[in-house]
Design a protein around this ligand. Structure first.
Ligand SMILES: *[C@@H]1O[C@H](CO)[C@@H](O)[C@H](O)[C@H]1NC(C)=O
Ligand SMILES: *[C@@H]1O[C@H](CO)[C@@H](O)[C@H](O)[C@H]1NC(C)=O
Length: 187
């Protein structure tokens, strides 16, 4: 009997640990995948918007930019669309990589600070999901309009990193089932 109680308690602990891991799981994205952060090939100038569309970004995730002879500028929306490098919010150009933490929901705008790189497609718009899963301010250009709000679309499937999810109701169902089993066997 004592060992059954022990097993039940151990399982309950394991479930609670798994749940807390799910809550704090964050992803580190390498921008551009293998290519990294550089001027896109002339035949593939939309590569960074395509890369962004293949991922979902949540608060707490981070982006790693890896580059050579280049830089990363965090800019506002206007400067993103106009490739204006003169007054960035933040500039990273000290070497070959930059890590940016996505610490709030909404859009983040990145452009290259190297001459003409942004104009040739080296810019990235990342829209961080709000905690409730809605886009707080859908950008008007880079994403299609309201049509994909009803459900997951192929372009928004999570495709990398660890996705751990456990809803409260399923956790409680497991806990209750375990408890009932334990009581049943104790009778
Ligand atoms: C970076 O610039 C230096 C000097 O201009 C050049 O020698 C080197 O090949 C460049 N590296 C890359 C990866 O373009
Ligand atoms: C870039 O932005 C600066 C500051 O906002 C502005 O003075 C400048 O005219 C802009 N340049 C272009 C090419 O839009």
């Amino acid at each position: 009997m004592a060992s059954r109680l022990g097993i039940f308690c151990t399982s309950a602990m394991a479930i609670l640990v798994a749940m807390s891991v799910g809550v704090i799981a964050v992803k580190e994205f390498k921008v551009g995948g293998e290519v990294g952060w550089m001027v896109p090939d002339a035949t593939n100038t939309a590569m960074y918007s395509q890369w962004a569309e293949r991922h979902r970004f949540h608060i707490g995730d981070s982006l790693t930019f890896e580059y050579n002879n280049d830089s990363v500028l965090v800019v506002n929306k206007y400067d993103y669309y106009h490739c204006n490098t003169t007054e960035p919010i933040t500039a990273f150009n000290d070497g070959n990589s930059a890590v940016v933490k996505l610490d709030r929901p909404g859009p983040f705008y990145f452009i290259s600070g190297a001459p003409d790189h942004c104009n040739n497609g080296q810019r990235l718009l990342v829209d961080v999901m709000s905690p409730h899963g809605r886009h707080p301010s859908p950008p008007s250009v880079a994403f299609p309009p309201e049509t994909d709000k009803q459900g997951p679309s192929p372009s928004t499937l999570p495709s990398s990193g660890v996705v751990v999810s456990a809803t409260l109701s399923s956790v409680f169902r497991v806990l209750i089932a375990g408890f009932v089993t334990f009581l049943w066997s104790a009778l």
